[in-house]
Design a protein around this ligand. Structure first.
Ligand SMILES: Nc1ncnc2c1ncn2[C@@H]1O[C@H](COP(=O)(O)OP(=O)(O)O)[C@@H](O)[C@H]1O
Ligand SMILES: [Mg+2]
Length: 223
């Protein structure tokens, strides 16, 4: 286990939507996360949580400072490789493809990613369907699923490529509190079983209480 698996040093992000408007969304974040750790990022709306997650996810490169993952600056990774095999992402609104069934949604990343053998793919799919409790729903379409089930499909899809880090931005934001708590229990279980480092953004303290450690953001700084 590496103690400083993710190191965020002096991270700054300024949005400049027009010449007159400037938003200091992140103002010098310093965070270390251990390999295999499960942390939450908490803070009120506008504190910079999504900005941080987008940068960590390789979706936004317009930042200052340094992000080291597994000893290497993320700018030095091949971008596609980074987004496919280093990070997996889960969003509040699930983003399932409505015309694909549960199984096809989970397998979708493999269409673009590394070629797993048929046998490996089958084993990985069965393991994840079992882990997220959807083995009997594999043929269902997204519209036939509850919110909690849809999010469990999105979790399995994020994990199919065995990413090192799972990033979740308000994964319980569209769910009732009981279902949200179950999603966190599932992420905790997968964190242990798959040894995936997990970063869960939430503004809900009850959800954050379910993680090993909380990182609190206030106005773009960690406190
Ligand atoms: N694309 C953008 N353009 C301009 N300002 C943005 C953009 N995205 C976010 N912001 C601003 O940056 C700050 C942090 O936003 P965000 O990271 O979305 O916070 P959170 O996820 O904690 O609610 C807010 O003031 C927000 O309005
Ligand atoms: Mg946000």
């Amino acid at each position: 286990m590496k103690n400083k698996y993710i190191e965020i040093k002096n991270l700054e992000r300024v949005y400049q939507p027009s010449s007159k408007v400037k938003v200091d969304a992140l103002r010098g974040l310093n965070i270390s996360i251990k390999e295999g750790e499960m942390v939450s990022v908490v803070g009120s709306s506008g504190s910079g949580k999504s900005t941080l997650l987008n940068i960590l996810g390789g979706l936004d490169w317009d930042y200052r400072g340094e992000i080291i993952v597994d000893g290497k600056d993320i700018r030095e990774y091949d971008e596609n490789y980074y987004r496919r095999y280093i990070v997996g992402t889960i969003f509040q609104t699930f983003y399932l493809i409505p015309t694909l069934n549960v199984e096809e949604n989970i397998l979708l990343p493999l269409k673009f990613g590394k070629k797993m053998s048929k046998k490996e793919t089958h084993e990985r799919l069965e393991k994840l369907l079992d882990a997220v409790g959807l083995a009997d729903r594999r043929d269902h379409m997204p519209k036939e699923l509850s919110g909690g089930q849809a999010q469990r499909v999105a979790i399995a899809r994020a994990l199919i490529d065995q990413p090192k880090i799972v990033l979740a931005d308000e994964p319980t934001g569209n769910l009732d509190s009981k279902t949200g708590a179950q999603i966190l229990d599932l992420l905790n279980k997968l964190n242990k079983e798959e040894k995936t480092t997990m970063i869960v953004v939430t503004h809900d303290m009850k959800i954050a209480d379910k993680t090993e450690r909380k990182i609190k953001l206030v106005d773009g700084r960690n406190v």
